[in-house]
Design a protein around this ligand. Sequence first.
Ligand code: C5P
Length: 228
Amino acid sequence: MKLCIALDNPTKEENLKLAKELKEHSNDLWLKVGFRSYIRDGNDFLKELKDLGYNIFLDLKLYDIPNTMADAAEEIAKLGIDMFNIHASAGSEAMKEIMKRLKQFEKRPLVLAVTALTSFNDEEFKKIYGSDIKTKAKEFAKMAYEAKLDGVVCSVWESLDIKNSTSKEFLTLTPGIRPFKEEAEDQKRVADLKEAKKNLVDFIVVGRPIYKDKNPKEKVEKILKEIK
Ligand code: C5P
């Protein structure tokens, strides 16, 4: 299981400070860069993080027509990004087009599909997608697996089910992790490290329990020790 830290601090300076503080573990760590930092700090910021030796997960959740998504995927690969994601609801044609376009790269980024955003409740989700979250998440995962994507973003509580209906090698990346049962804050369905392990999760995403900790480095080392 790998640890991916969500760089959700409000400023570039704070995010960079954290990245520098954890540099000695950069080979073992992934950093998740989302909309806010990417829009504000752009590719220069990504390069600074890469230069510190980190693996980068660009969390932009692409959704568009297949050709436009493949164009974006190609540009992401050219940046040397290690992993990015798309919305599974963009469909299997878009997924296949992306994977076809990435074939030209000797080392391509991992591609994950977002199944269901955790902000949805079942009722709201059903209005848009026509079925409950659990059923649809599994269907989306199968679609992504058949289109040869590397894995999905899902909750810990769907990870095992998804692996059973695709493959144990099909990656699951799960946010909403409270490693040692820290405060859930706005996350609804949280899980700790033991539960993530039990459900065969490949990547855990942890934000606030690390960057809001008094000693983020100590916290990261404690997590790394636990998941090795
Ligand atoms: O601070 P916390 O550990 O809750 O951060 C989790 C990270 O994962 C945030 O960047 C959040 O936007 C992201 N995320 C999530 N649920 C999803 C997808 C992404 O919490 N379904």
